[in-house]
Design a binder for this molecule. Structure first.
Ligand code: 4AD
Ligand code: MG
Length: 420
């Protein structure tokens, strides 16, 4: 490569000049390039064009590639010709200084260009691809489930819209119920798509629009499902460590913590989790869901994710199967990420008994007629099956080590943020 002539197009990241020799650091989307101009070796027009450059000017540079160990990437370009493709006024909003988070989110369309954001988006892509590859290798079929729905999935808030003469449509909170129908057709499936929750929570872990991966597996019980979950997470972590080291470095991620992720993950029964938490000073009572602080307390001292299994019925969704060993509880698991990142997966074995499911729908005060088709899955050839939902942004946050999940979506949607 050294010695070759090259033309590179990209944007100005940094400019520096001593009057005789000048440097442009530019970004082309794949990486950084250092460009060197020597005043005595370029035309006066080219030197003049350099002096007009500003941050984020889009330009095309042509010159000779040279080996330069001190330059980012190990090469630099000895400039021969420079062309401005798109100028950038000097008021570019994001300058090399501290900006507040609201300012940055208001300028998300430009903030995306910064090295940290680029690293996060590349890791998000790697994780998404790793998930597709994981399921493809196991013969799972990728299913797209509807976003406009008539039935309700989870308990949290719903976004709704008028739907012609059909009344109200809800934006899907989950693809699961449709995934269950598809599992009876195809065996093992997974969904990978946006889900919506009108939750008025302003935490570090909640978006109103997030991407969820929801596998659904015919003939898997809750234990089979947990084994799949840990294999999937170990695969994702390994893949990012293999292919995204430079990005993890940009993020200053403690890579050793990721390297310690090993299967199997510990399984803690909900009732035991409550006892552990109470001895650690939590106010949690049997029957309540774990709060964010409880989740952090519980994973303390664990280097891998932890499963909390078999929650009380009242804390979980209607579709989870009653636990034969303790009918106050259901066969389910939450997978909690280490380092305090909290729940990244919610999963369960599904109630496959028609009458028990009807009873649970009634108990929850849900409209039975909306679930007619879902009950059909228990009427015509009911089957043991399990599934889970992995939150993509929460997984990205954990692997990248970002404290808030808002940086883990290109254009995050939160209670107070719909723009840009
Ligand atoms: O635990 P949840 O609500 O489970 C379900 O939706 C099931 N239908 C999944 C299934 O069994 N097919 O959500 C699953 C995961 C959570 O563990 C979390 O990672 C993520 O989705 N999640 C959110 N991520 C960002 N913002 C929110 N508001 C989220 N709510 C859930
Ligand atoms: Mg959950």
């Amino acid at each position: 490569m050294a010695g070759a002539q090259a033309t590179v197009r990209g944007w100005v990241v940094h400019l520096r000049s001593s009057g005789k020799i000048a440097f442009i650091v530019m970004r082309d989307g794949t990486g950084l390039l250092q460009v060197v101009l020597v005043k005595s070796q370029v035309s006066p027009e080219t030197w003049e064009r350099f002096s007009q450059l500003t941050l984020e000017t889009c330009l095309s540079v042509t010159g000779e590639v040279r080996s330069e160990p001190r330059a980012p990437g190990g090469f630099e370009l000895g400039l021969r010709d420079l062309e401005v493709l798109g100028s950038s006024p000097i008021d570019y909003p994001i300058q090399p200084k501290e900006h507040g988070i609201d300012f940055l989110l208001d300028h998300r369309h430009l903030w995306l260009r910064s090295p940290r954001q680029v690293a996060i988006l590349r890791i998000r892509h790697e994780i998404a691809q790793a998930i597709h590859d994981f399921f493809y290798a196991r013969g799972f079929v990728h299913i797209d489930t509807p976003i406009l729905t008539a039935a309700i999935g989870e308990r949290s808030g719903l976004f709704q819209t008028e739907y012609f003469d059909e009344g109200v449509a809800y934006l899907a909170q989950t693809g699961q119920l449709y995934g269950e129908a598809a599992a009876a057709a195809l065996g093992c499936i997974y969904t990978f798509g946006p889900t919506f929750r009108a939750e008025k929570s302003k935490t570090r872990r909640h978006l109103t629009e997030f991407w969820m991966i929801e596998p659904e597996m015919a003939f898997y019980d809750t234990h089979d499902s947990m084994r799949l979950q840990e294999d999937m997470l170990a695969h994702i972590v390994r893949r990012v460590l293999e292919r995204r080291r430079p990005e993890l470095q940009v993020l200053e991620r403690d890579v050793a913590a990721l390297e310690r992720v090993r299967t199997p993950f510990p399984r803690i029964e909900y009732s035991d989790a409550v006892s552990i938490l109470q001895t650690k000073g939590s106010a949690i009572q049997w029957g309540e869901d774990l709060g964010a602080e409880d989740e952090s307390l519980l994973v303390e001292g664990h280097e891998t994710p932890v499963f909390v299994c078999n929650y009380p019925k009242q804390a979980k969704a209607f579709y989870m199967k009653e636990n034969p060993a303790d009918p106050r509880t259901v066969l389910c698991d939450d997978c909690l990420a280490p380092e305090g990142y909290g729940e990244i997966i919610g999963g369960s074995q599904r109630e496959d008994d028609h009458d028990k499911l009807v009873e649970r729908i009634r108990e929850e005060g849900l409209p039975l007629d909306a679930y007619g088709w879902y009950l059909d899955l228990r009427k015509y050839g009911t089957f043991v099956h399990s599934g889970y939902g992995l939150g993509l942004e929460r997984t990205v946050a954990w692997i990248c080590g970002t404290p808030h999940i808002r940086e883990c979506a290109a254009f995050p949607r939160m209670m107070h943020r719909l723009r840009p």
